[in-house]
Write a protein that binds this ligand. Structure first.
Ligand code: SAM
Length: 280
């Protein structure tokens, strides 16, 4: 019967492959099988799913995914870990044909042949937001997912307008998906124990608000609005529109009050400005 990884085995494998976890790659490994099963369950992974995992590490979550999904595609930047993963899966009684390990930086993900349907990952903390946004952009086959991120980042991803934590990742993520909180995870289930708290974020994809041209246009406005978040929109967008009175004109035409700050706007508002800009 297939089994999951335990805490002592995780240290043993790391030892065997000469791995000392590094902060640079966000290498904090989950050493508790129950937590891995809980994460997979909260992602509603079914036998019809092809799961995508970013940063499988020593394989704790990968094995739990192999229990539920028909196939797991795992993208790992550390070559030692990528090489070891199929061996660990086989040693634990899983058919390695159901596991595809890709040695790659997830920041360079492009559309792939095996179309993953669900993302389940304990994301490397230093790149969690750009990796999540890239995956949403490049892999439209993903219908939903659950990711573990630093709690502070989770708060930003699920934040709503007019809150302190609301920012460019909160708005951008809603281009592709509905984001929601899926609970927190104790520090004690990691090795090494991190000095930050972790939380789970769930997403469910919806149809995008428009084509790529509109998305790029909208994201440029979002970036500008939040780069100077204390400024009124007419000031924050002045560079894009060639002066603050030109920016005011566009904003009024789009039905947006030029004296508002970016933090008051939802994606729909940014879309109105982007569409007006395209009509200029
Ligand atoms: N999934 C494992 C677990 O839960 O135990 C490990 C999670 S650990 C937080 C993050 C993993 O992502 C590490 O294995 C690290 O080597 C890998 N990683 C870091 N940066 C990466 C990147 N840019 N692309 C792919 N993998 C990356």
């Amino acid at each position: 019967m297939a089994t999951l990884l335990g805490a002592s085995e995780i240290r043993e494998i790391a030892n065997q492959i000469g791995l000392t976890p590094t902060k640079k790659l966000g290498q904090n490994f989950v050493v508790d099988g129950n937590t891995c099963r809980r994460i997979v369950k909260s992602a509603d992974v079914t036998p019809e799913d092809i799961a995508l995992e970013i940063g499988p590490g020593l394989g704790s979550l990968t094995l739990a995914l192999l229990e539920s999904a028909s196939k797991v595609v795992a993208i790992e930047i550390d070559e030692r870990l990528a090489r070891q993963l199929p061996i660990t899966a086989e040693n634990h009684g899983f058919e390695i044909e159901r596991l595809e390990v890709i040695h790659q930086d997830a920041m360079t993900i492009e559309p792939m042949e095996s179309s993953p349907t669900v993302l389940v990952a304990n994301l490397p903390y230093n790149v969690s937001v750009p990796v999540l946004l890239r995956v949403l952009e490049k892999l439209p086959s993903l219908r939903s997912g659950v990711v573990m991120v630093q709690s502070e980042v989770a708060d930003r991803l699920v934040a709503t307008a007019n809150s302190k934590t609301y920012g460019s990742p909160s708005v951008k993520a809603t281009w592709w998906a509905e984001m929601s909180s899926a609970g927190s995870v104790s520090r004690s289930i990691f090795w090494p124990v991190p000095n930050v708290d972790s939380s789970l974020v769930r997403f469910v994809r919806h149809s995008p608000a428009g084509d790529e041209e509109l998305r790029k246009n909208t994201f440029q406005l979002i970036d500008a609005a939040f780069a100077q978040r204390r400024k009124m929109l007419r000031g924050a967008l002045s560079e894009i529109f060639g002066g603050s009175s030109a920016a005011s004109e566009v904003l009024v035409k789009a039905g947006i009050d030029p004296t508002l700050r970016g933090e008051a706007l939802v994606l729909d508002d940014f879309l109105k400005i982007a569409r007006t800009r395209q009509e200029l």
